[in-house]
Design a protein around this ligand. Structure first.
Ligand code: ADP
Ligand code: MG
Length: 747
């Protein structure tokens, strides 16, 4: 849509004042305006139910004028006009003030009894009655040229644009029509090719834009919407298909591993593994091994439940790369996890990770840690080992990619537990060096297929579906926070586990009781939205969330836990402090660990059998699922107690009940997606931007996404440079642009 100058600023199409008002809605160009779709439509005949107006709300209502009267105000001087409009049952007052009656005449002549209009303003109250002061309004049908036109106009659905006090809905409609009306079908190059439209029975872009902004019937705007939803999915999928094609062209070093006649680290590792790999680990391992052996960068997402054994799969891939003379980097979302990965890898590798050390194996390599909280000396040494190639495996956080860390020969990057390792980070990786390293992204949060297609559309997906045997699993119960007997029982259960030689986690949403009491999340706590907190009502909102430091103190004083060793873990501790506590907990020196969600992912202490989550209703569903995965990892059954204050029938109650009902990660992810808003699903960059996804919903439009993907793959496959599809190429560029910008702003 570049040809007709639709990229020109809005003041070329509409008046400067309107353009400024539209600018407040983020609309800058003609195209922006055409892509600003109505939220809903009003039938001209159907009046708005006035019983639903809430004080303070900005509203647009359709109502019928009942009467209008002008009177002088004795107390203040001047005149006022009060018009009363109605939905047939209830009334709403429209109030206008002026110095002289003359200024109110135009209103009087338009607001004639019996006329229907759209009225917009902020709902106020005067003497208990709802009113709009100086509302903006338009009278339906009156502004048409002749009676015939008026009749047609009066029967059309009226678009209602997202409300804003900057500009009323019908001014937006008028502005849209100013841009749209002069355009003919040929003026709007369609990113969806004609044959695709035909196969999917979709209207063309011109018809769609007319249908969505200026429909003659409900059918018009429904067909328009269907087509525009498809377009969003199609452009996105075409962008991803093109990206896959580009990556497939990129060069990578093939890392086939050690030759059969001279087995390397991987073979030695497999030989010392204390368990047999599950069928899934073997199958995925073979896929990855084959990917690594090719001179094209692997782009693979590995998803598997908490505890499905992804680390071993990743380690085996890393060893294949080391056996081929390269290095591997393992990135964790937090420093605690990075430190734990270091310990895990070293334990699994034993002498194989002790290159140059007494007792180290002959082929051995080194595993080093690189994090921001290390001392300068530690860092220098780790950097040196990475740069010299002595370290075959470097473990760290995502900072590893951004910082100027030099590798002798980086062959593989493994990203653990990170569902937000988006397109930008993958680009960053590719641009690091001439040779793109192979990439393996791992996540324990099951991602429904269409979300994977959207967020990770340029990755191949592998899944570990089986859990290693010998896991006893977890039982989950909801404990009402106001039931003293249950709470008491909860702490006695913790005591029983500790006495049996086990350990317990107690998870709280806040670190310190001194932190702001109102749902103020600590930096490492990802609480549900403030908006949702409002739904809990006043009393609930004032009740401070449980805090680690306070709860640890209470537990230490609790008779039921007398003599039990309690410690705390949270994001405000330094890296070494956290490591120290985790190590003591793993050894059993600490028996009850009171923590924030820093323990959410990956922490692995098989003796931990019970987890108590306080204010469980304030956590996200996937997050609770992750948390719960920390117990029941050994041969003893796990118990998860969710202490909740959520009133029945709230989303929060649904979340904790879902957890108690099932441990099926896919079912949980499904419920989670239903309860969350789109932005949370896609992450900021994929959902934001002024011209990306407006109508597409990854869950609701799963079928559309699948169809669009099929078509996009075919189109890009047949025409990789999109030479024959300039409109699609332009749409992709435009789609990618805001994402880029946003990324640059954040970086
Ligand atoms: P996750 O997929 O959650 O990252 P981990 O890789 O941390 O899971 O594995 C969880 C635990 O299971 C670890 O203690 C690991 O050593 C163990 N494990 C992995 N694979 C197997 C297997 N095939 N048989 C038995 N235990 C295994
Ligand atoms: Mg893991």
């Amino acid at each position: 849509m570049t040809d007709l100058g639709l990229q020109r600023p809005l003041d070329r199409f509409v008046g400067a004042r309107t353009a400024t008002a539209l600018g407040k809605l983020g609309l800058r160009t003609g195209e922006d305006l055409l892509r600003h779709y109505p939220r809903r439509y009003t039938e001209p005949g159907r009046l708005t139910d006035l019983s639903e107006l809430r004080t303070g709300e900005h509203v647009t209502v359709m109502a019928k004028v009942r009467q209008a009267t002008i009177r002088h105000m004795r107390s203040r001087g001047g005149v006022m006009m009060e018009a009363v409009v109605t939905d047939g049952v209830r009334e709403l007052a429209l109030t206008f003030f002026a110095k002289h009656a003359g200024s109110l005449r135009p209103h009087e002549s338009r607001l004639l009894p019996g006329r229907v209009g759209l009225f917009t303003g902020d709902v106020g109250r005067y003497k208990g009655k709802a009113q709009l002061v100086h509302p903006d309004y338009t009278i339906v049908g009156v502004d048409a040229d002749d009676e015939q036109a008026a009749l047609v106009e009066a029967s059309r659905p009226i678009p209602i644009y997202p409300a804003s006090s900057a500009i009323p809905s019908w001014r937006i409609a008028t502005a849209v029509r100013t841009v749209l009306d002069p355009l003919g079908p040929g003026d709007l190059p369609d990113p969806v090719p004609a044959d695709v439209r035909e196969r999917r029975r979709l209207v063309d872009l011109h018809t769609a834009l007319r249908g969505i902004h200026a429909p003659y019937s409900d059918d018009d705007h429904r067909r328009a919407r269907a087509r525009l939803v498809f377009e969003e999915a199609f452009v996105l999928q075409a962008a991803l298909a093109r990206r896959r094609a580009e990556t497939a062209q990129a060069d990578a070093v093939a890392r086939p591993g050690a030759p059969v006649e001279r087995p390397g680290l991987l073979a030695a590792f497999d030989a010392r593994l204390p368990f047999t790999l599950t069928a899934g680990q073997r199958a995925v391992g073979e896929q990855i091994a084959a990917d690594l052996a090719r001179p094209r960068p692997m782009q693979r997402l590995l998803q598997g439940e908490v505890g499905s054994g992804k680390t071993v799969v990743a380690l085996r891939a890393m060893l294949q790369v080391v056996d081929s003379g390269g290095q591997a980097a393992l990135l964790a979302p937090t420093e605690v996890l990075a430190a734990q990965h270091l310990r895990t890898l070293r334990a699994l590798l034993g002498p194989l990770a002790e290159e140059g050390m007494l007792g180290g194996a002959e082929d051995a390599t080194r595993v080093v840690l690189l994090t921001g909280s290390q001392t300068a000396a530690q860092r220098r040494e780790a950097l040196l080992e990475a740069a010299s190639g002595r370290a075959g495996i470097v473990v760290g956080t995502h900072a590893l990619l951004g910082e100027h860390v030099q590798f002798a020969d980086l062959g593989l990057v493994v990203v653990d537990e990170q569902h937000r390792f988006g397109v930008e980070q993958r680009d960053q990786l590719r641009q690091r060096s001439g040779q793109t390293p192979h990439l393996l992204v791992m996540t324990a949060t099951p991602i429904p297929r269409t979300v994977a297609m959207t967020v990770f559309g340029d990755l191949e997906v592998s899944s570990l579906l089986d859990l290693p045997g010998g896991r006893a699993g977890v039982t989950t119960h909801v404990v009402p926070a106001d039931n003293a007997a249950w709470l008491d029982r909860t702490w006695r259960r913790v005591r029983e586990e500790v006495d049996a030689g086990h350990r317990a986690y107690v998870v709280c949403p806040r670190i310190s009781p001194d932190d702001p009491a109102d749902a103020e999340p600590a930096d490492d706590v990802d609480l549900v939205s403030e908006e949702e907190a409002l739904l809990f009502g006043e009393a609930e909102r004032r009740r401070p969330l449980r805090a680690v430091l306070e709860v640890a103190e209470e537990l230490s004083a609790l008779p039921a836990l007398a003599g039990v060793r309690v410690a705390v873990l949270h994001g405000r501790m330094t890296g070494p402090e956290k490591d120290e506590v985790m190590a003591r907990f793993a050894r059993g020196d600490v028996q009850v660990l009171v923590a924030t969600t820093v323990i959410e992912v990956g922490v692995d202490v098989p003796e931990a059998t019970v987890m108590v989550v306080l204010d469980a209703d304030r956590f996200g569903l996937s997050q609770l699922h992750q948390l719960r995965g920390r117990v029941g990892r050994g041969s003893d059954p796990g118990l998860c107690l969710l202490v909740s204050t959520a009133p029945e029938d709230t989303d929060a109650a649904t979340r904790v009940q879902t957890l108690a009902r099932t441990t099926d990660g896919f079912e949980i992810a499904g419920v989670d997606l239903e309860l969350r808003r789109e932005g949370d699903v896609l992450g900021a960059s994929q959902s934001g931007g002024s011209s990306s996804l407006r109508l597409l919903r990854v869950v609701r439009h799963a079928d559309v996404i699948a169809e669009a993907r099929e078509d996009a793959v075919a189109v890009v496959g047949a025409d990789p440079t999109l030479e024959a599809h300039p409109a699609l190429a332009a749409a992709i560029d435009q789609w990618l642009d805001p994402q880029r910008e946003e990324f640059l702003e954040r970086a």
